[in-house]
Design a protein around this ligand. Structure first.
Ligand code: T6T
Length: 330
C-alpha cells in the first residue's frame, strides 16, 4: 500500500470527519448576552485517567488556551478509567462551583447524575473526547469522529492484508466508553464493505488494561489459525496487543492497526509491531473545549458538536507527522 494512497484515504476521512462533524447544525447555542466579562474565570478539567499521553496532550492544549484567555484551569483525573473513581471528583466540584467543567465521562450512562447535578448549579458542562448518551447536559461536545476512525482502520486493514482471506480480532476497552465503542462498530461495519474476505471474530473487551489485551491476542492466536489482523481501539489496547504479538513471535505476520500515538505506540510503529496508527489531535480537543467553555460562560454562541481531525501514521510517513505524536508532559 503506497503511503500516498493511505494519506489520501485518511486525508479524505479527516476532511469528511471535519465537515460531517455537525458543525453549525441546529442545536448550537446562539449568543445570550453581549459577552460581558464574568467574575468567575475558573475552569475545571476532569479527564478519563491519570498519567496517560492522550489526556496529558489534551491538558496541554486546554491549559494553553485558558492562559491565552486569562482564565485558570485545574485538571484532575481518576487513577483508573472508572466512573466509580471519577464520580466523586465531579461531586466535590459542587462546593468549588467553577464557571465551567470540561469532562471526559468514563461511562456514557453512569456519569450522567453527577454531571447533571453540577449543570443544575449553573456550571457550564463541556464534553471533551468521550460523551454521555444523554445529550441534554453538555452545551458542547468535542471529539474525534470515532466511527469514521474505525472505518478508516478497516480500510487500512483491508489494504495491509491485500486480499488475503482470514480472521480479524477487534479489541475494545470498557463497555460504556462512547469513543472506542464507535471505533469498534465503525470498523466492523466497514470491514464487510472493504474486505469481505476478512471476517471479524468479534469485539472483545480489555477493561482498558494492556495485560488483558495481550492475553486476548495470545488466546486468539492459538484459537484462530487464520488470524491475519488485530484492530486495537485505543492506546492501552494497542500497547497490550503489541506485547501479545511479540511474545507469540507474530510481529509483522499478524497486521496490527492501532488507535492513538503514545510514545510506546510510535516506537512500536517504527519497530514494525504496528503497521498503522490512527492518531487523534488531543491538543485541539483540549484547546477547543476551553474556547467553547469560555464562549458559554461569556454568553457567546457555542457549537454543540465539533469533530477533531484524525490522521494515519505509517512507518514511511510518521516523521513527517510528528506533531501528532502524543506528549508525556506539557
Ligand atoms: O483513545 C483515547 C480516548 O480517545 C478514549 O476515549 C479513551 O482511550 C484513550 O484515552 C487512549 O487510552
Amino acid at each position: 500500500m503506497s503511503t500516498r494512497t493511505l494519506m489520501l484515504v485518511l486525508a479524505t476521512g479527516a476532511l469528511v470527519a471535519g465537515c460531517g462533524g455537525q458543525i453549525g447544525q441546529n442545536n448550537d447555542t446562539p449568543a445570550q448576552t453581549g459577552g460581558a466579562t464574568p467574575a468567575n474565570k475558573n475552569l475545571d478539567l476532569v479527564v478519563g485517567v491519570k498519567n496517560e499521553p492522550f489526556y496529558i496532550s489534551m491538558q496541554c492544549g486546554a491549559e494553553a488556551a485558558a492562559k491565552e484567555a486569562g482564565y485558570t484551569i485545574t485538571t484532575q483525573a481518576p487513577d483508573k478509567f472508572d466512573p466509580t473513581l471519577q464520580a466523586p471528583i465531579v461531586t466535590a466540584l459542587g462546593a468549588k462551583k467553577p464557571a465551567a467543567l470540561l469532562i471526559a465521562p468514563t461511562d456514557d450512562k453512569t456519569m450522567a447524575p453527577q454531571m447533571k447535578q453540577i449543570k443544575d448549579m449553573g456550571v457550564k458542562v463541556i464534553e471533551v473526547d468521550t460523551a454521555l448518551q444523554d445529550t441534554g447536559i453538555a452545551v458542547s461536545s468535542i471529539s474525534s469522529d470515532n466511527a469514521q476512525g474505525g472505518r478508516l482502520a478497516a480500510q487500512t486493514m483491508a489494504k495491509l492484508t491485500s486480499g488475503k482471506t482470514g480472521s480479524v480480532l477487534v479489541l475494545d476497552t470498557k463497555a460504556g466508553t462512547s469513543t472506542t465503542a464507535a471505533r469498534a462498530k465503525g470498523f466492523e461495519e466497514e470491514l464487510k464493505n472493504s474486505a469481505p474476505n476478512l471476517k471479524s471474530i468479534g469485539i472483545q473487551f480489555t477493561e482498558n488494561e494492556p495485560s488483558v489485551a495481550a492475553q486476548k491476542v495470545t488466546a486468539a492466536i492459538s484459537s484462530t489459525p487464520d488470524l491475519v489482523g488485530v484492530f486495537a481501539t485505543n492506546l492501552n489496547t494497542g500497547e497490550g496487543a503489541a506485547t501479545g504479538l511479540r511474545s507469540a513471535g507474530k510481529v509483522g505476520q499478524v497486521q496490527l492497526v492501532g488507535f492513538d500515538a503514545s510514545p510506546s505506540e510510535v516506537e512500536g510503529l517504527r519497530a514494525g509491531a504496528f503497521q498503522a496508527l490512527i492518531a487523534q489531535d488531543p491538543g485541539m480537543i483540549g484547546r477547543t473545549g476551553v474556547q467553547q467553555a469560555i464562549a458559554a460562560v461569556e454568553g457567546k454562541s457555542v457549537q454543540r458538536n465539533i469533530s477533531a481531525p484524525l490522521v494515519a501514521l505509517t512507518k514511511e510517513d510518521m516523521d513527517k507527522k510528528a506533531e501528532f505524536f502524543y506528549k508525556t508532559k506539557c
